[in-house]
Design a protein around this ligand. Structure first.
Ligand SMILES: [Zn+2]
Length: 126
């Protein structure tokens, strides 16, 4: 009887099978930084080519090139506008991670990680 009960207890783990995206820490800043850098690079390239096409198109009187340059310029501006949006999304994710993974100490009010057994500040059990 006791054996079966303890065995059953082992199988029912917390959120078994579902990987917590925030288990290892807050959403990676490095990945976001890379995405934002790529976006800036692509936007710069698009604007650069847009400028060249616009100059070439308007000098040679080819309307098609001017239209393409305007589309490219719009794409570049959209990519630049996405950078702060990505940053805002990241901030939201970090805030959610903090709310999900942090517990407040009942004694001193300090915040600790969910996996901590003791308060970092006063040593009280969490
Ligand atoms: Zn404490």
């Amino acid at each position: 009887m006791d054996e079966r009960a303890s065995a059953g207890h082992e199988i029912i783990g917390p959120a078994a099978g579902i990987k917590d995206p925030y288990a290892d820490g807050p959403p990676e800043w490095g990945k976001l930084d890379l995405q934002r850098m790529l976006l800036a690079g692509l936007a710069f390239m698009a604007l650069f080519f847009a400028f060249g096409l616009f100059l070439g198109g308007s000098l040679s009187g080819m309307q098609g090139m001017v239209i393409v340059s305007l589309v490219l310029a719009a794409a570049g501006i959209i990519m630049l506008a996405m950078r702060p949006l990505l940053l805002r999304r990241h901030r939201r994710q970090v805030t959610r991670w903090r709310e999900d993974n942090h517990v407040q100490c009942q004694y001193c009010g300090g915040t600790g990680h969910r996996s901590d057994h003791q308060c970092r500040f006063c040593g009280a059990p969490l």
